[in-house]
Design a binder for this molecule. Structure first.
Ligand code: SF4
Ligand code: SF4
Length: 425
């Protein structure tokens, strides 16, 4: 049942991402693999700020290594066995040593995971680190973060209860490092009581893992899966690169070359749409970015607009994009794959406001900071292009500049012939 609900959740996310426009990001595969190794596996961009980086590394590393023990727990559950791998290797000294060392290593790492998880809870709820206490995190996002951190602690308690009771039941036969020390807590307990604790730990752990598997597609913690894909498919353009709009480039080239002949107008061609108004107008990579966002707020901390009290928060841009995509995805799913206009869009309607979009300086700091190679700026630029070019929604000061650009090829109100006057003297 858990597999069915998990499958539905992940399929929903995939289908929603595929609502975006096509974009080919299959080039430079070796560079992409290098990025995955350095940025996704190696957490390279995290280490700009050591404290959260080290804490996060323990949780991330712990998550990976505990999967090894989970394999045995899962096989035992399916086959009705008990420590099947241990019993398969117990009479082969070298393999038994590897097994016991592996479980002991997992237990030691789990202690660090426990410490890191408690530290994260303290940073968020007691110390109240500013980037983790911004207005956009109110409500579900903060509940989501707490749910995952508390689940982590719950799973650790389950696994240690299971291992420790198991060790006490078998008089320390397995030789695990941490549960070997903890088993004295159970001294004097009879076999039946220990068996109940061990089973409770096992069931608790299994139910917890399966519940998390189902919950993950609804949580920002989906990044533990999507970060690898997002980093692989990250755009490899030079820093600060902003893509041109082909239609505008064509117009500019014609403008700059008076002898060029404009191509014939195709009356049947679909009207050109500038920028993005809703999630359909963004590329699938923008939508993957939205689902991958960890809501860490590093982008918002570095954003000069946010620092100077403007409404803009690049983290909120990503969260709003994901929320709108979820809404659009539900409408499409309810109507058998057909979009029924709900009269809303990503701009305004409680999503991204014009004020936020105008506050962006396009400095690229948010892109630079993001540990999973997300670009809030790309979405901002596309939404702003739509505002200005489709809706003519720009402040009066900007309109004067646009007119000057169109007439004089420069933002100032004097003709091109006078351009070099300043150098005459
Ligand atoms: S590019 Fe815009 S959103 Fe990103 S940090 Fe700079 S001002 Fe903020
Ligand atoms: S966009 Fe990147 S830096 Fe910003 S909150 Fe999301 S994951 Fe963190």
């Amino acid at each position: 049942m858990a597999a069915f609900y998990a499958y539905r959740g992940y399929r929903r996310v995939y289908k929603n991402i595929m609502l975006g426009k096509k974009e080919d990001l299959s080039d430079h595969q070796s560079e992409r693999i290098k990025n995955v190794l350095l940025v996704a596996f190696g957490q390279k961009k995290m280490f700009k700020n050591m404290t959260p980086a080290v804490l996060h590394f323990f949780i991330y590393f712990g998550f990976i290594v505990t999967q090894i023990e989970l394999i045995e727990i899962f096989i035992d559950g399916v086959l009705g066995t008990h420590r099947i791998i241990f019993h398969a290797v117990e009479n082969i000294a070298a393999l038994r040593f590897i097994y016991v060392s592996t479980i002991s290593f997992i237990e030691i790492v789990s202690i660090f995971v426990f410490i890191a998880t408690v530290a994260f809870l303290c940073r968020r709820f007691l110390i109240k680190v500013p980037r983790l206490n911004k207005p956009e995190l109110k409500g579900f996002p903060v509940q989501d973060a707490a749910t995952i951190l508390l689940s982590e602690i719950y799973l650790l308690i389950c696994i240690f209860s299971m291992n420790t009771a198991d060790m006490a039941m078998h008089h320390g036969e397995y030789g695990f490092a941490v549960s070997g020390m903890l088993m004295h807590l159970f001294s004097g307990w009879d076999y039946t009581a220990l068996h109940y604790v061990e089973r409770l730990g096992w069931w608790g752990h299994m139910v917890g893992v399966l519940a998390l598997l189902v919950y993950l597609p609804y949580s920002k913690h989906l990044h533990i899966i999507l970060a690898f894909f997002n980093v692989y498919f990250a755009r490899l353009n030079p820093k600060g690169y902003i893509s041109n709009m082909p239609e505008i480039t064509k117009e500019i080239k014609l403008m700059m070359d008076p002898s060029a002949t404009p191509p014939p107008v195709d009356a049947n061609a679909a009207p050109v749409k500038f920028g993005a108004k809703d999630v359909f107008d963004l590329s699938w990579k923008n939508l993957l970015d939205a689902y991958t966002c960890t809501e860490c707020g590093r982008c918002t901390s570095a954003c000069p607009a946010n620092q100077t009290g403007k409404l803009l928060s690049p983290r909120k841009i990503m969260m709003d994009t994901r929320d709108r995509l979820e809404q659009v995805g539900s409408i499409v799913a309810e109507n058998n794959g057909v979009w029924k206009d709900d009269g809303k869009s990503l701009i305004e309607n409680n999503y991204i406001s014009v004020e936020e979009l105008r506050a962006c300086t396009t400095c690229n700091a948010c892109v630079e900071e993001c540990p999973v190679m997300i670009s809030p700026l790309d979405i901002i630029v596309q939404l702003r292009r739509n505002l200005i070019m489709e809706e003519s929604n720009a402040p009066a000061e900007w309109n004067g500049m646009f007119t000057a650009m169109e007439n004089n090829g420069a933002p100032w109100q004097f003709s091109q012939q006078d351009r070099l006057n300043w150098a005459k003297e």
